[in-house]
Design a binder for this molecule. Structure first.
Ligand code: ADP
Ligand code: MG
Length: 231
């Protein structure tokens, strides 16, 4: 049986009497790309915030293999190195030589990421001074530097040009093969994400209204009317 990277059970949370999530269940398998879609306000970001621990749910649980954390505000290179150090922080009493050797390995991995994400031109720039699309790539790189078993991506296409969207879509499919990671992709744009996901779950008003292959979910009458009714 496939390894479950992430299990979400009966997850529920309300804000001042307004239900943001009304009892969500799903599982994500090793190296699977699972997309959570839904119109604005359907609970997608709340779901991510419950998974990362930013919110504590009123009910239910999130069981998952390892912690993911994202940061911001240094040069591109420092950001990627930070991702490595957070993940691979070792005993401070290690011999200097050992630390230098580790440093070289980190550096090598970071150079690979810079290649992979096309960041050469920006390596010495502060992230705040980089174009928005580049900032999104750095964010992705920082997460990948931690070699996570699971990558959470919230609306990676929002605000990108159509060229950047295509590039990002291509990268996401490459990440799975190259870094052997499962991916939970939260996205409002149903069409874009259908091309990437192995499986999709649709939310509306904090409830799961469909789950299945991208084709099944896209065709689901409830999903279609949720999108039509909300936009
Ligand atoms: P999506 O990401 O799908 O657009 P959200 O998860 O951001 O949706 O929001 C779902 C619902 O929860 C909305 O009604 C939103 O107003 C509400 N919500 C989310 N976070 C908070 C919060 N911190 N305080 C109050 N309401 C919130
Ligand atoms: Mg959102």
């Amino acid at each position: 049986m496939a390894v479950k990277l992430l299990s979400v059970n009966s997850l529920a949370i309300s804000f001042g009497g307004i239900r943001a999530l009304g009892g969500i269940d799903f599982e994500l398998e090793d190296q699977e790309i699972l997309a959570i879609i839904g119109p604005n306000g359907s609970g997608k970001t709340t779901l991510i915030n419950c998974i990362t621990g930013i919110y504590s749910p009123d009910r239910g649980q999130v069981i998952f293999e390892q912690n993911i954390r994202l940061f911001n505000n240094m040069t591109v290179l420092d950001n990627l190195m930070l991702g490595r150090h957070v993940k691979f922080r070792k005993n401070p009493f290690h011999a200097v030589l050992r630390i230098r050797k580790e440093e070289l390995v980190h550096r090598e991995r970071v150079e690979e990421l810079i290649d992979f994400l096309d960041l050469h031109a920006y390596r010495k720039m502060r992230v705040v001074d980089c174009p928005y699309g580049v900032q999104k790539s750095v964010e992705l790189g920082r997460a990948l530097a931690m070699e996570p078993g699971l990558l959470l991506i919230d609306e990676p296409f929002a605000g990108l040009t159509s060229e950047e969207k295509e590039e990002t879509a291509y990268r996401i499919t490459e990440i799975r093969g190259k870094y052997k990671t499962g991916i939970l992709l939260i996205e409002h744009d149903l069409r874009l994400v259908s091309k990437l996901a192995d499986r999709m779950i649709a939310l509306n008003y904090g409830l799961k209204i469909a789950e299945g292959s991208p084709q099944e979910v896209q065709r689901n009458p409830g999903v279609i009317s949720a999108y039509l009714g909300n936009e």
